[in-house]
Ligand binder design. Structure first.
Ligand SMILES: Nc1ncnc2c1ncn2[C@@H]1O[C@H](COP(=O)(O)OP(=O)(O)OP(=O)(O)O)[C@@H](O)[C@H]1O
Ligand SMILES: [Mg+2]
Length: 303
């Protein structure tokens, strides 16, 4: 059971100047460069950007899942659910809390490949609250039902490889949510899926987090899909957060040309008639030659 916190007026998550470097010295890669981000309770936010822009690294840094070796993480300020993480964890130690869960693109990364589904739920449920094995089993069947798997009694006896891809995604989501986190972080939950299954998974993410009152941080390269599901969009480019815009006002409020370039790369019936679709680099390069790409986010950003 999660502890009630007494910080109702404060954003759920507020980070400032978060920087992550892989390696050291001249060979170091600055994967996240002075990122600032806030997330309200119950808010749904997407992080979008091209491959290598630092989305996964930022998500892992927030979730406290960066490896201990070979990675340097510094932050000016990092508050989550009323806890001053910097003060508690002295800058470098990854912060882990049951109030955050993270799911990955490949469900097999999140699931133990050899353990039956039921025992994986029992481990999580018994880790967060005092329940008997019998109660854990009942709760597991309930959670499987909530994510659209009504035959939970059968599913909990199966191992991950005995499930279809879509079933695995649902099981992974239920497993992440059964600890009732305040924040669910999903890294590219749909990129391996076709368009219709992608929408099913996004529907599920939205509905389940609404139902449990959790906030959602979803990492994606698909800005158009995200716009239908989230409140705000955070745009990353070369490790920097270059824009934070309301999902329903991307065209009007985008401050960085890269954000508009992302939306312009989505094929439409008109652009499909062109011989070659405009690519992001075509769109972006000309603009980047003209504008400063320094971060343009205020210190705290809220909707
Ligand atoms: N474990 C690692 N060791 C060294 N460099 C890394 C590591 N993980 C990521 N990087 C580097 O950090 C940068 C950001 O990578 P990251 O995986 O965060 O990008 P991303 O936006 O999630 O990309 P994608 O859309 O392809 O998943 C890249 O330059 C990448 O090469
Ligand atoms: Mg990634």
């Amino acid at each position: 059971m999660t502890e009630p916190d007494t910080t109702a007026g404060e954003p759920l998550l507020a980070i400032r100047d978060l920087t992550v470097r892989y390696g050291s010295g001249a060979d170091a890669t600055v994967a996240v460069d002075r990122a600032a981000l806030t997330l309200d309770r119950g808010e749904h936010v997407a992080i979008v950007g091209e491959s290598g822009s630092g989305k996964t690294t930022l998500a892992l840094a927030i979730a406290g899942l960066l490896p201990l070796e070979g990675v340097e993480r510094t932050t000016e300020s990092f508050r989550f659910a009323g806890t001053d993480v910097v003060r508690v964890q002295k800058h470098t130690i990854p912060y882990r809390t049951r109030d955050m869960s993270m799911v990955f693109q490949d469900a097999m990364t999140s699931l133990d490949p050899v353990a039956a589904i039921g025992s994986q739920f029992t481990d999580v449920l018994r880790g967060v609250r005092r329940v008997s094995r019998r109660e854990a089993r009942t709760l597991t069947v309930e959670w499987l039902g909530k994510v659209g798997l009504p035959d939970g009694e059968r599913v909990l006896k199966l191992r991950p490889y005995e499930l279809s891809g879509g079933m695995r995604q649902r099981v992974m989501l239920a497993l992440a949510l059964c600890s009732e986190p305040k924040l669910l972080i999903a890294d590219e939950p749909t990129s391996a899926l076709d368009a219709s299954l992608s929408r099913d998974v996004m529907d599920l993410l939205r509905d389940m987090t609404h139902r449990t009152d959790a906030s959602l941080l979803v990492v994606s390269h698909d800005i158009e899909l995200c716009r239908m599901y989230v409140d705000r969009i955070v745009v990353m480019y070369h490790g920097r957060i270059v824009d934070v815009v309301r999902a329903d006002r991307v065209e009007q409020d985008a401050r960085h040309p890269y954000t508009l370039a992302l939306t312009e790369c989505v094929p439409t019936l008109d652009s499909a008639r062109l011989r070659r679709l405009p690519t992001l680099s075509d769109e972006a390069r000309a603009e980047f030659d003209r504008v400063d790409t320094a971060p343009k986010v205020p210190e705290t950003v809220s909707a």
